[in-house]
Design a protein around this ligand. Structure first.
Ligand SMILES: C[S@@+](CC[C@H](N)C(=O)[O-])C[C@H]1O[C@@H](n2cnc3c(N)ncnc32)[C@H](O)[C@@H]1O
Length: 225
């Protein structure tokens, strides 16, 4: 299945808003760390409902572009705002429709691991970022978070499963300095008492705690030299 087929279906079913609600638990901490300034241009890769850009506009960025491979996602995102400083584009992570050195910050929340070739995507991000620009890559599917690995069986797109060190190495190979890397736990999701397990999604309370409280979202921050 293609990104378009998979995620158009999600958008049509309204899952974009569900993701926004769940991802916001950690996304708000990711966005709060971004050193955005009023004149800045920000690109959100795999924008989904576009919530990240709407939040960054409240911090005064000049322009935001949300790129998504699923036209229905981009269409929904457009319909959630009338802000003419935000634009939503259909495109693929493999080839970013931006000029060299034209973007101040790139952010991506729970989407980078869908890139068909993550190294090409990193080179593309490096190409479009201006010197000193930042790249905030947040993923909740990564090697150390073992209880996320089952997602690959549920999604018909090949996903990249890197560990923390592989993220850092790939960033450096693409020409970034790695400014920081850490995990942001989701402290808001409700975890039921042990006797409520198994649930539809989780075999045990330990697995759910490991996924959300122990690991949460891996954030790797690259800076363009
Ligand atoms: C799990 S959703 C996350 C959406 C949003 N960032 C959030 O936090 O809710 C991943 C998004 O990335 C998009 N996507 C996945 N692979 C892509 C690719 N190769 N090129 C462009 N968009 C892609 C999907 O269409 C989907 O909207």
């Amino acid at each position: 299945m293609s990104v378009r087929e998979e995620f158009d279906e999600w958008a049509t079913a309204g899952k974009d808003r569900g993701m926004e609600d769940r991802h916001w638990h950690t996304a708000k901490h990711v966005l709060a760390r971004m050193p955005v300034e009023p004149d800045d241009v920000v690109l959100d890769l795999g924008t989904g409902s576009g919530y990240a850009l709407r939040a960054l506009r409240e911090r005064g960025i000049d322009r935001g572009y949300g790129l998504d491979g699923a036209p229905e996602m981009a269409r929904n995102a457009r319909s959630y705002t009338d802000d003419d400083r935000l634009g939503f584009l259909v495109g693929d992570f493999d080839s970013l429709p931006f000029a060299d050195d034209s973007v101040d910050h790139v952010v991506s929340m729970e989407a980078f691991y869908y890139a068909a070739d993550p190294h090409t995507t990193l080179s593309e991000i490096r190409r479009i970022l201006r010197p000193g620009g930042t790249w905030y890559c947040a993923v909740n599917y990564f090697a150390e978070s073992e209880h996320t690995h089952q997602w690959q069986e549920l999604i018909d797109i090949e996903m990249t499963l890197w560990n923390r060190s592989q993220y850092r190495e790939a960033f450096r190979k693409a020409g970034f300095h790695v400014a920081s890397q850490d995990t942001i736990p989701d402290r808001e999701i409700d975890i039921p008492p042990a006797d409520a397990f198994p649930t539809d999604d989780w075999d045990s309370r330990e697995a759910m705690v490991d996924r959300y409280r122990t690991w949460g979202t891996l954030l790797t921050v690259g800076v363009a030299p």
